[in-house]
Ligand binder design. Structure first.
Ligand code: ADP
Length: 448
């Protein structure tokens, strides 16, 4: 209403003046007046149209036209419209920028494909996983860049519920899960997720189950066989049945060791922090372990102990004892009769070092990095003969890691090995003033 009121009132005023002129001076004067007004209006309109055209051509640089009356209203409304558009363009730009930043930060590879499977856009992760480049490959057909047969089948099938698990075309170490997601009118989003770790964990789980089953199968078969024999032949001579019972006991113990080690590992894995940090008197523990080594060796080896530090450790006694005990029992088990085993506790470069040196068979260099893997054995039958489970060093590694310590293995095949547990300086402590003797609990198992 406000917009129309002004021109209507101007028109009414002009008509009124024209009528007055007609009544007072005749129609010639009235027509002359109207022609003058008409010329003025036309010129003014031309001028305002020129200003408007100039402003619309370059609204950001030219000042908006300023006028009164109807033209003022028009300019004012146009300016308001332009400001609103500018604001919403700004909002749109910032929303787009935010989307682009988010897409850049997404760890998954994302590729937007049009209806012909040409690349419209891709994020930096897609370069890492698929070797695509947003600038270089824009407009390219994705099938010419990723040409593996299984990928082409996957693309052609356009089955949005399916995932393709494959190796990255540019890095065979990476396992990817690819998925197509439809969006917009006819576009597709190709999402590439790195599932290397998941695959590795899954493979480890499968290996672990296979290993445990394999380890249990032999003793179970043996025990089962003897039970059947004894059931079928109840009148066996006592000497023979005694031998069968001893063998059954042997294999039952083997299963028991395996289960004990599995439970220890699972406990170590499920506890997030080192439990019950307490002062551990390492010299005294070393004495206890020396005694255990001697009883395991039954006089077949010479066992020495060298204590060069009076430092104690802050840690979990049970766990530390189990780890160092495994290192000691391995030395006994892998050192032929007549060999020498030396346990030592000393400080070196600020670290507390508990080492076990043997003159045993030694280990070839290529095996050393894998010794702490579960069920990894250099010589499977030797490990079994001596009651090994293949889990001892995995337990050692877990315990040491939980204490911020590490395992170092030096070995020369045919000459012997030194297994050292290196504890960081912050784990060392002076003997407490009232150094009470901490009773060492009996070790649950003797063999690693
Ligand atoms: P196992 O129960 O088989 O001894 P471990 O995890 O304790 O399992 O050790 C893994 C493998 O490392 C052993 O099977 C053995 O081949 C090797 N090993 C460990 N300690 C020694 C050692 N002191 N001398 C030689 N080989 C060793």
């Amino acid at each position: 209403m406000g917009f129309w009121w002004r021109p209507l009132s101007v028109l009414a005023s002009v008509m009124l003046v024209a009528l007055i002129l007609w009544a007072g001076s005749g129609w010639v004067a009235a027509l002359g007046f109207l022609a003058g007004v008409q010329a003025f209006v036309m010129l003014r309109r031309l001028w305002q149209e020129f200003r408007l055209a100039r402003w619309l051509e370059n609204p950001d640089e030219v000042d908006p036209p300023d006028a009164t009356g109807t033209w003022g209203d028009i300019f004012y409304r146009l300016q308001k419209l332009q400001k609103r558009q500018k604001a919403s363009r700004g909002e749109l730009t910032s929303a787009l920028e935010q989307f682009e930043h988010a897409a850049m930060a997404v760890p998954d590879g994302m590729v937007i494909l049009n209806r012909s499977d040409q690349i419209e856009w891709c994020n930096p992760a897609s370069r890492k996983f698929l070797g695509l480049d947003s600038e270089r490959d824009r407009g390219q057909f994705v099938r010419y860049l990723l040409r593996q047969a299984h990928f082409l089948d996957f693309l052609d099938a356009a089955d949005y519920s399916r995932r393709l698990v494959c190796k990255s075309p540019i890095n065979r170490e990476l396992t990817l899960s690819l998925q197509l997601v439809p969006f917009g009118a006819s576009q597709k989003l190709l999402v590439a997720r790195d599932i290397t770790d998941l695959e590795r964990v899954d493979a480890m789980r499968r290996d672990f189950i296979a290993n445990v089953s394999h380890e249990l199968r032999t003793p179970l078969t043996v025990v089962g066989g003897f039970v059947e024999t004894l059931a079928d032949a109840p009148d066996l001579p006592p000497g023979e049945s005694r031998r069968y019972f001893d063998l059954m006991l042997d294999h039952t113990r083997r299963m028991q060791h395996l289960l004990d080690d599995l439970l220890t590992l699972s406990r170590l894995e499920s506890a997030e922090h080192t439990l019950n940090d307490e002062p551990v008197n390492v010299s005294e523990l070393a004495q206890v372990l020396k005694g255990e080594a001697e009883s395991l060796s039954r006089g077949r080896h010479r066992v020495n102990l060298e204590v060069g530090s009076s430092a104690w450790l802050k840690g979990n006694l049970q766990e530390i004892r189990s780890a160092l005990g495994n290192m000691v029992s391995n030395a006994v088990r892998y050192t032929p009769d007549g060999g020498e085993i030396t346990l030592a506790w000393r400080e070196r470069n600020g670290e507390g070092v508990f080492s076990v040196t043997d003159t045993g068979e030694g280990i070839a260099a290529e095996h050393i990095p894998r010794l702490t893997e579960r069920f990894y054995r250099v010589d499977r039958s030797r490990s079994r003969e001596t009651g090994g489970t293949g889990l001892g060093l995995a337990i050692v590694k877990h315990v040491l890691t939980r204490h911020g310590a590490r395992l170092d293995v030096q070995s020369i095949p045919g000459k012997g090995s030194t297994f050292s547990a290196l504890f960081p300086a912050q784990r060392l402590m002076a003997a407490p003033p009232s150094a009470t003797v901490i009773p060492f609990p009996a070790q649950g198992q003797a063999a690693g």
